[in-house]
Design a protein around this ligand. Structure first.
Ligand code: NDP
Ligand code: MG
Length: 384
């Protein structure tokens, strides 16, 4: 029996993880849940899974839920995620909150020497080197990636020596605007960006898929997770998203992981690794339904997310923090219709010019830089 804490249980990944648990109740048990704003859903989840611990975004919700469920230990606010990750009696921490708020909680899970099923990509992007150092200090802790591309690479690396890797090939669906020209992108709106062709995900990551900033963040995430140089990480457009990513070895053999476009498989694999178990909620891939797999070059001139992230990643230090924080605020502005789609790139670029690279000193330094960039972008908004 694996005892699981889900940070962000009311989100897209969180809900999928609960489906995985529902599908195999003999193997998985929920001990902790967390919601930020969506209290109605959180209440339903509490009633169904009877967790021992729950954290919520606000004091008012904390007060209300405490009276409804007196048997549960509640936490709240920014500290709540960390407090939940710091309890002793669990095996796996699924970090599925969106944004940089996941970093501190992930750190706590590592310090408790737990398995981290890591969906929150912002953690490795902003704090990758810090997390890698921490993992050396807590060798019993481990990170198993949930992001589908990284799960695919992780699976394709099993049984092989990392020194023999020639390159990683990260596949990209291309997002909502695949094939569009820059002129066409000038006119797109929020609803257009939220129409992802293959994956159903939270709003922030769906916009990131449309800008291809998501693919850029995934390049940095792969570099940090697998310790592979940036010049050995390629991306390719694969509109059907059947291949979730691949590893090419020195002998030119390529190992790919395939499956349906559903996050439940990488979530369960992060729970059960190194084992593979059946689960009624996992779908089998019907090749004949697709008929063909195709591949194209990504137009990085139009979709600047990849090059911006490569630049930030290669510069290292605080630059990925700047990229990530500026992007989070820019996407939020776009979703609120304060800026246009292509201005997301402008905001990121401006932030990368504003904040010179610094060597990372500490976790506090990472979080302070993240905060500083966000505040700066918020004031910059008035100039747009
Ligand atoms: P969602 O927006 O659907 O869900 C986010 C979750 O985090 C919700 O439970 C939300 O609570 C909670 N949350 C939001 N802000 C805060 C905060 N400030 N403090 C505490 N909790 C907060 O996101 P996704 O599930 O799509 O993505 C989650 C993470 O996984 C992201 O980092 C994303 O990049 C990554 N990821 C997602 C994939 C996907 O398929 N969705 C694929 C690969 C990676 P509430 O809703 O109650 O407000
Ligand atoms: Mg992904």
């Amino acid at each position: 029996m694996k005892r699981i804490v889900v940070l962000g249980s009311t989100g897209s990944i969180g809900k999928s993880s609960l489906e995985v648990v529902r599908g195999n109740a003999d193997l998985f048990q929920i001990v902790g849940l967390s919601g930020h704003r969506n209290m109605e859903l959180l209440k339903q989840q509490i009633k169904e899974f009877h967790p021992k611990y729950v954290t919520v975004g606000y004091w008012e919700a904390y007060q209300e839920l405490k009276t409804i469920f007196p048997e549960i230990q509640f936490f709240y606010g920014e500290q709540g995620l960390e407090e939940l990750a710091s309890v002793e009696d669990y095996d796996i921490l699924l970090t599925a909150v969106s944004g940089a708020v996941g970093i501190r909680a992930t750190v706590k899970g590592i310090e408790k020497e737990k398995r981290i099923a890591l969906a929150n990509k912002e953690t490795m992007v902003a704090a990758g080197s810090y997390i890698n150092d921490l993992l050396k200090q807590y060798p019993k802790a481990e990170i198993i990636p949930v992001d589908s591309e990284h799960s695919a690479i992780f699976q394709s690396l099993q049984g092989n020596d990392k020194k023999e890797v020639k390159r990683l090939i990260i596949t990209a669906s291309g997002g909502a605007f695949r094939g569009k020209t820059r002129i066409e992108l000038e006119k797109v709106g929020v609803q257009d960006a939220l129409k992802h062709p293959n994956w159903s995900m939270g709003k922030k990551i769906t916009v990131d898929s449309a800008t291809l900033v998501n693919k850029g963040l995934e390049i940095i995430e792969a570099h940090e997770l697998f310790g592979i140089d940036y010049d050995k990480i390629d991306t390719i457009l694969h509109p059907q998203s059947i291949i979730h990513s691949m590893v090419e070895y020195q002998d030119n053999s390529i190992i790919a992981q395939m499956g349906v476009t559903d996050m439940k498989l990488p979530i369960q694999y992060a729970f059960t690794y190194p084992r593979r178990v059946s689960n009624s909620v996992l779908e089998s891939l019907d090749f004949l339904k697709y008929g063909q797999m195709s591949f194209e070059k990504i137009d990085t001139q139009v979709f600047q997310g990849i090059d911006l992230a490569r630049k930030a990643g290669n510069m290292g230090g605080t630059m990925p923090i700047v990229l990530n924080a500026a992007n989070e605020i820019a996407v939020d502005f776009f979703l609120k219709e304060k800026i246009r789609f292509l201005e997301i790139y402008e905001v990121i670029q401006a932030a990368m010019e504003q904040f010179p690279r610094e060597e990372i000193q500490s976790l506090e330094h990472i979080l302070a830089k993240d905060h500083e960039v966000r505040e700066w972008v918020k004031t910059w908004e008035k100039l747009l």
